[in-house]
Write a protein that binds this ligand. Structure first.
Ligand code: G3P
Ligand code: CA
Length: 321
């Protein structure tokens, strides 16, 4: 079924491009660097999964400690529970960071809330619970920004290949092309679509559009967020090996095609030249995960917009703040 929709989509796109002489494009996404409340002239400190060097990752304890240490933001990861609630946790299962076992997608919020998410880290955090996105955002509101990482919840690689082929000569999408893309994503049945929609709904209900950034390794998630919530800043995460330049090229291509507002690569992939190219295109850049003070100071000298770290206190000191 997916292949059939993809074939229809690619064929339609080829006809459209042929009809327009393959000339291109079109309506750029609005570009901006960061939500206005956090748009500072200095490098911002982003607590990775909260102050996760000192407290169990992705818990309210870790988020509160990040606030107490003076971080500008905390970062979190999220998935959909079986009953459609957005739950904050890094892995697709509860095995590593709670006293339970099983996949989040197979558990209800009530079941997830019974788990102990603190004892694995240190007995003094016994009884810490997996937070919902609602609870995490309510804690942050008015105090710090939240970098919401929407975890890739489905294997969209076949869909991505079709999109890459279909838009091979298109630098960025116009509204009609974006609409076709959304129909293709919807037809694929990917769980990334309802997850991204649920995150957007929560951000809007809490009126925190200007206090969060959505980020994901999934360019499908980013495309959905940009289309459904253009008022929310959305950034594409990048990983991979420095020895594989084609991965970097593909990363740039997908981000620019969908019009992301920023690029957040693994810090080992960034160079001063790459950073300059992002800034010339008015794209924000935050690097992860930087825990060495010398590295923190170097990236700040280069002028990155954000440093994602497990040690916000160390980072603030390294940056002279
Ligand atoms: O924010 C970037 C970083 O969190 C991405 O990697 O595995 O820690 O979610 P991961
Ligand atoms: Ca993350």
């Amino acid at each position: 079924m997916l292949l059939r929709y993809a074939q229809i989509f690619v064929a339609g796109l080829c006809i459209m491009l042929a009809a327009t002489g393959c000339a291109r494009t079109v309506v750029q996404q609005e570009t901006r660097v960061r939500p206005s409340v956090m748009n500072t002239p200095y490098t911002e400190v982003i607590a990775h999964r909260g102050a996760s060097a000192y407290a169990p990752e992705n818990t309210l304890a870790a988020f509160q400690l990040a606030i107490d240490q003076g971080a500008d933001w905390f970062e979190l990861d999220c998935y959909l529970s079986k009953d459609g609630e957005v739950i904050v946790i890094h892995d697709p299962t509860v095995d590593r960071t709670t006293d339970g076992t099983g996949a989040i997608a197979d558990m209800t919020l009530e079941e997830l809330k019974q788990l102990d998410a603190g004892s694995w880290f240190d007995p003094k955090f016994a009884g810490e619970r997996l937070p919902t996105l609602d609870e995490s955002l309510e804690l942050a509101k008015g105090q710090v920004g939240v970098l919401i990482e929407i975890k890739n919840s489905d294997d969209d690689s076949a869909l991505m290949r079709d999109i890459q082929e279909g838009f091979a000569h298109v630098p960025s999408l116009d509204e009609g092309q974006y609409q076709e893309l959304m129909e293709l994503i919807e037809a694929s049945g990917t769980r990334n679509l309802p997850l991204t929609g649920a995150v957007i709904d929560i951000v809007r209900r809490l009126e925190m559009e200007d206090e969060v950034v959505i980020q994901s390794f999934s360019s499908i998630v980013c495309a959905v967020a940009l289309h459904e919530a253009p008022e929310i800043t959305t950034e594409l995460l990048g990983g991979g090996s420095p020895d594989q330049p084609e991965q970097w090229e593909n990363y740039l291509r997908m981000g620019h095609l969908f019009g992301v507002h920023g690029f957040n690569p693994n810090h080992g992939l960034l160079t001063p030249g790459r950073l300059a190219a992002f800034h010339a295109a008015n794209k924000a850049v935050s690097v992860w995960t930087v825990n060495n003070p010398d590295d923190m100071a170097r990236y700040a000298r280069w002028g990155v917009d954000g440093i994602i770290t497990d040690y916000p206190d160390v980072c603030l000191e390294a940056l002279g703040r």
